[in-house]
Design a protein around this ligand. Structure first.
Ligand code: SF4
Length: 504
């Protein structure tokens, strides 16, 4: 029997991919550190966990973590035998070499306990059953009598301030019991795998993206060449899959045979893969650009979406606009004016209302509102119109003025450097390589969200708050300025009827 230990998260990793488990146990230095967006998700998970514990006010939290695990096991064991606490939070239980921290063990005061696993999702997921089944396996193995197994997740129908029914509990007892033989078999195979001297052979595949990606992607995907078939845009629900194509070869889009059916966009990718030049539909692009009317508002929102609602009428994970940047050009060749908004974070203030006020100061004359992937901005504006009916006429009129710059790249312009994506982060370096997000303190949307949450959390020191505000304003301004630059380059391109743009 292995001397290596398998925890709940390692078991989940092993179910996803045995190589991931192996790396976690033996080669964790190969992992990419969690980014700010993932850290934010961990933090939000902890907040949801705390809310779940509040349902059992007499419960006792086992606080010891890390190297104090033996102490945590001892304290849990004491609670389990004394039968005095109504619930144990973060209960530490070991059976053989398998270790769990159970979110909640609820005392039934009849010698049995209920296991309650808390998830910060708003729906059930397939991997949740693996999670509770593994915990049940360990608890039973350790001799703890479990009466019921519950999976508790967020109810996305509740609205602030009435959060009484924030959790929905699902009885997973029968399904978890049925899965126990499978858990046992799986553990046997995982133990053998981690006992080997080398990682298992495991080809890259869909598991690398499920359920939340994999921290070892930079290791396993390091030999995937640029321009590979894995870059095929929107190649979903197809047989053979993208990974089938990749593993059977040829690996490059430019080498694909006629037997592979491609969508219009994928055919453009195929054409683009054979040249260093952009593939441009000049007529379509000119027609599309002609729809833009002055004044032009280059507009970008930043949002937060906390699992626990904080504002009246808000649902879990509902996006709240708390920042925007808008560059305005009032006429052809006119200088740009820049407007920006960042929620004050003043206690009692509603950032949505502050945002609407700021928008009313910017959008004074009808024109074209340029956004990138405008579904996002438009849906936020519709939600604001629902929540603040007194401004719905203004907001719904705005929604009609949007024009999506991303459509230029979805339909009329593609270069192989975009790597099968039309996102602004891929497109911008092609047109303006000097406008690098890496130079900024906040480099991506995930970091911006995390920073916005920090900014709006009470208790931040004034200097830290000032710095955060400055970094956020710089980041958001770059997003709207990026649209200005890309739009202007496209105008130049069509005005001069440049047939092909040389690789930048
Ligand atoms: S990147 Fe993919 S193949 Fe590699 S360990 Fe992660 S899930 Fe497994």
């Amino acid at each position: 029997m292995s001397t290596l230990q398998i925890t709940k998260s390692e078991y989940a990793a092993g179910v996803q991919c045995s190589k991931r488990l192996y790396f976690l146990v033996h080669d964790s230095e190969l992992a990419t550190a969690p980014g700010d967006d993932l850290q934010l998700r961990f933090k939000q998970g902890r907040e949801v966990g705390e809310l779940a514990r509040a349902r059992f006010p007499e419960g006792s939290l086992v606080t010891q973590t890390g190297s104090a695990i033996e102490k945590a096991i001892e304290i849990t064991s004491t609670h389990l035998s004394a039968l005095q606490v109504s619930a144990i939070f973060e209960a530490a239980v070991r059976f053989k070499n398998f270790l769990i921290r159970a979110d909640i063990l609820k005392n039934n005061f009849d010698g049995t306990w209920d296991l309650i696993e808390v998830k910060s999702t708003t729906e059930l997921k397939a991997e949740h059953l693996d999670d509770v089944a593994f915990q049940l396996f360990v608890l039973r193995g350790a001799g703890i009598k479990i009466n019921k197994v519950y999976l508790s997740h967020i109810n996305n129908k509740v609205t602030f301030p009435n959060l009484n029914d924030f959790f929905i509990d699902h009885d997973f007892t029968d399904s978890a019991i049925e899965k126990l033989p499978e858990v046992e078999l799986k553990l046997r195979s995982l133990v053998q795998i981690i006992d080997r001297p080398l990682p298992p052979e495991q080809a890259i595949g869909r598991q690398c993206a499920n359920p939340y990606g994999c921290e070892f992607k930079s290791e396993c995907w390091k030999d995937v060449p640029k321009g590979s078939v894995l870059e095929l845009y929107n190649y979903r629900k197809r047989n053979p899959t993208k990974f089938d194509l990749y593993h059977r070869g040829p690996k490059l889009i430019q080498e694909l045979g006629e037997d592979v059916e491609l969508t219009r966009f994928q055919q453009v990718q195929f054409l683009a893969s054979k040249t260093d030049e952009a593939i441009i539909d000049h007529a379509g692009l000119s027609e599309f650009l002609a729809k833009v009317q002055h004044p032009i508002y280059y507009f970008d929102f930043e949002t937060i979406a906390p699992p626990v609602p904080i504002l009246n009428g808000m649902r879990p994970y509902q996006r709240i606009p708390v920042q925007f940047s808008c560059h305005v050009q009032n006429g052809p060749g006119a200088d740009l004016k820049h407007h920006e908004f960042l929620a004050s974070g003043t206690p009692g203030s509603d950032p949505r209302r502050e945002c609407i006020d700021a928008m009313r100061n910017v959008f004074t004359t009808p024109g074209t509102i340029v956004a990138y992937h405008d579904d996002f901005e438009r849906s936020l504006i519709r939600e604001l119109a629902q929540q603040f009916v007194e401004f719905s006429d203004f907001l719904l009129e705005l929604e009609k003025d949007f024009w999506d710059l991303e459509d230029a790249f979805q339909n009329h312009f593609y270069h192989q450097k975009f790597g099968g994506s039309c996102s602004i982060k891929k497109v911008l370096p092609f047109f303006a390589p000097e406008m690098k997000y890496e130079y900024l303190e906040i480099k991506n949307g995930g970091q911006a969200q995390a920073a916005l949450v920090r900014l709006l959390t009470p208790g931040l020191l004034p200097e830290a708050k000032d710095k955060l505000r400055k970094d956020l304003l710089t980041y958001c301004a770059q997003d709207s300025m990026a649209m200005v630059v890309i739009h202007q380059k496209l105008i130049e391109l069509t005005a001069n009827n440049i047939r092909f743009l040389r690789q930048g």
